[in-house]
Design a protein around this ligand. Structure first.
Ligand code: GDP
Length: 472
């Protein structure tokens, strides 16, 4: 590849490498520094990939209006814990799986489609605003409509308000599903009045936000909810061009022991086809095989269709954007460029705040007893969501104070900060590196790992109220 780009003979490049002590074959991958050395030796000029090059390859050409066709809306369900997000997702899936395959064992791929009056609706099967915001933080705006679930026997709760704020921040229209109407204590009108305080005015209160009463467990109101979604989708006039190179977003991804890295990708524009070469975040690949939400092999996937993609060289992150490109060299180049950039960024972020600055920031207010914590998360969106959730815990006598919240693995400097304030360190989808683990052990700093935001909120709430009762 390198010889080709320099229009030199492969044998000469291999020879040059060998002279530099690298016993390379003609298909071996060499690192950028070595490549640079070889290029200079041949008297060529090195041109590293830049942001502009990436933009050139990933051309986001505007589609001509005549090329656009209607596409299915993508729906995310949000709401307070236990208000029935998961139950509702299950109820919808059971009610109507696209293609009439209901009852069959559906494979979990992080998203699914159902049919409403012959039209498809796509649901992201990853409830919660943490996932929603984490994806948005990575540049993937995948949701067209948010269904806000509020339990009629509980009304508006803190995470309901957060969900409203997240939907607003993303400028995504909402539909309110008033759930658990089968419960004896259900009071749907209380939900409607509660929502007024947060400037969500539902239709029944003469507003323009659709509200539907449902029972996820009884399966009532599901049709009406799907109709409401379809109606909202019609208003949005969602369109995409199926006849172009695909652009998509990773809904979830993991390393599968047998199959290697797999990612659920929601195609946002164009059509993703078997054999397509793509770059996705800091990874790249070639579509080896695709499966739809029912576990069936498919050869292509158009706009708003979720598919599981095999053929990645590494595991991308949720929210990473996928772009189909022309050649493997382009895909690899962009992925490597982004990985190097991310590494630089992480190094810069780590050095940005000195320990002294962190300490002075952490200086506590004497009159309030507080539970100090240090938060590290995998993505900025999660770090922010956690910080917001943590700051809501507590009252006049006790409060939770986030000393520091950042992105990346737990480091020694996090441990030092935590030790100074007797704070535990929370790792959200990240862990401590070896040096930090050793330091934490030695200094008696507690490391706690979480992957579910609600578990974290529960534990910290319990710890904070424990402090409260000890004070009295
Ligand atoms: P999530 O945390 O928002 O995903 O909530 P879940 O879907 O896990 O539901 C929390 C609990 O509420 C579970 O025990 C469900 O069985 C129950 N639940 C959910 N929807 C309904 C409903 O419509 N009626 C009743 N009675 N219970 C429900």
């Amino acid at each position: 590849e390198l010889a080709n780009r320099m229009t030199e003979r492969v044998a000469d490049v291999v020879k040059s490498l060998m002279q530099n002590g690298i016993m390379a074959t003609s298909t071996q991958t060499i690192d950028a520094d070595t490549a640079e050395l070889v290029i200079e030796e041949f008297g060529h000029k090195v041109q590293r990939v830049s942001d502009a090059d990436v933009e050139d390859v990933i051309q986001q050409v505007e589609d001509a209006p005549e090329d656009l066709e209607p596409r299915a809306p993508v729906v995310t369900i949000m709401g307070h814990v236990d208000h029935g997000k998961t139950s509702l997702l299950d109820a919808i899936r059971n009610a109507r799986v696209a293609g009439g395959e209901a009852g069959g064992i559906t494979q979990h791929i992080g998203a699914y489609q159902v049919e409403q009056d012959g039209k498809a609706l796509t649901f992201l099967d990853t409830p919660g605003h943490a996932a929603f915001t984490a994806m948005r933080a990575r540049g993937a705006q995948v949701t067209d409509i948010v269904v806000l679930v509020v339990a009629a026997d509980d009304a508006v709760m803190p995470q309901t308000v957060e969900a409203i704020n997240h939907a607003r921040a993303a400028e995504v229209p909402m539909i309110v599903a008033i759930n658990k109407v089968d419960r004896p204590g259900a009071n749907p009108d209380k939900v409607r009045t509660d929502l007024l305080q947060h400037e969500v005015i539902v239709e029944k209160m003469s507003g323009d936000v659709q509200d539907v009463e449902v029972s996820a467990t009884e399966g009532t109101g599901i049709d009406a909810l799907l109709e409401a979604i379809a109606l909202q989708a019609e208003i949005l006039e969602l369109k995409a061009n199926p006849n172009r190179a695909a652009v998509g977003a990773v809904v979830e991804a993991q390393l599968d022991v047998g199959r290697g890295p797999v990612a659920t990708v929601l195609v946002q524009n164009g059509t993703l086809k078997q054999g397509d070469i793509f770059v996705v975040g800091e990874q790249w690949g070639k579509v080896r095989a695709m499966e739809n939400d029912q576990g069936k092999r498919v050869k292509s996937a158009g706009p708003s269709v979720p598919v599981e993609v095999l053929g990645l060289n590494g595991t991308p992150a949720a929210g990473d954007v996928l772009n189909v490109v022309d050649t493997e060299a382009q895909a690899r180049e962009i992925a490597e460029f982004r990985a190097a950039q991310a590494k630089d960024k992480r190094a810069a972020a780590g050095a940005a705040m000195t320990l002294e600055q962190m300490m002075s920031k952490a200086k506590a207010d004497e009159n309030v007893s507080e539970l100090a914590i240090v938060v590290k998360a995998d993505v900025q969106g999660s770090a922010e969501a956690i910080q917001q959730a943590m700051e809501k815990i507590g009252n006049e006598e006790v409060r939770v104070r986030v000393l520091h919240s950042g992105v990346g693995a737990i480091t020694e400097s996090d441990v030092t900060l935590a030790e100074a304030s007797k704070a535990p360190i929370i790792g959200f989808n990240v862990r401590a590196n070896a040096a930090a683990r050793a330091a934490a052990n030695q200094k008696g700093v507690e490391l706690r790992y979480y992957s579910v935001i609600y578990d974290l909120v529960d534990d910290i709430t319990a710890a904070a109220s424990g402090m409260l009762s000890a004070e009295i």
